[in-house]
Design a protein. Structure first.
Length: 124
C-alpha cells in the first residue's frame, strides 16, 4: 500500500504528528505541526482530507469532529521517500548519499558503529 501512496514534504509533517500520537482531532494536529509552517486550521483540515483520500489516514467521526489516525506505518514511508531521494539525486546509488551526509554532518561514534555493523551484515 505505501508504495502507491505519495506523501509530500508538507504532508509528512502532518503524518509525523499522528505517528507520534493518535488519534487526534484536526485542531489538535494544527496545534502540533511545526510553528514554522504557520498553517491555518483550514489548511491542516485540507491536508488531513487529502491524506484520508490517499489512504494514508483514517478518520472516525466523534460527535461533530473527526479523529485521525495513520493507516500506514512510518518505516515503509521513510523507505519509499529515501528510495525516491536516492533515485532523483544520486542516480540510484546509495554510497554517494552516505558520503554526502557524512561530509556535512558530525557522525557520532555510535553512528559510525551502526554503519559498520550494517555493512558487515549486508556482506553476509
Amino acid at each position: 500500500m505505501t508504495d502507491d501512496v505519495r506523501i509530500s514534504e508538507a504532508e509528512l509533517d502532518i503524518m509525523a504528528v499522528l505517528w507520534a500520537d493518535a488519534p487526534l482531532s484536526a485542531v489538535e494536529v494544527a496545534g502540533r505541526v511545526p510553528a514554522s509552517r504557520d498553517w491555518s486550521p483550514t489548511t491542516v483540515k485540507t491536508m488531513l482530507a487529502r491524506l484520508v483520500d490517499k489512504g494514508a489516514l483514517g478518520a472516525e467521526a466523534q460527535g461533530r469532529r473527526f479523529l485521525y489516525r495513520p493507516l500506514i506505518e512510518r518505516d515503509p514511508v521513510a523507505g519509499a521517500q529515501a528510495g525516491r531521494l536516492v533515485d532523483r539525486l544520486f542516480g540510484g546509488r546509495i554510497s554517494p548519499l552516505v558520503a554526502h551526509l557524512a561530509e556535512r554532518r558530525d557522525l557520532a561514534p555510535d553512528d559510525l558503529a551502526e554503519l559498520e555493523s550494517l555493512i558487515r551484515n549486508l556482506r553476509k
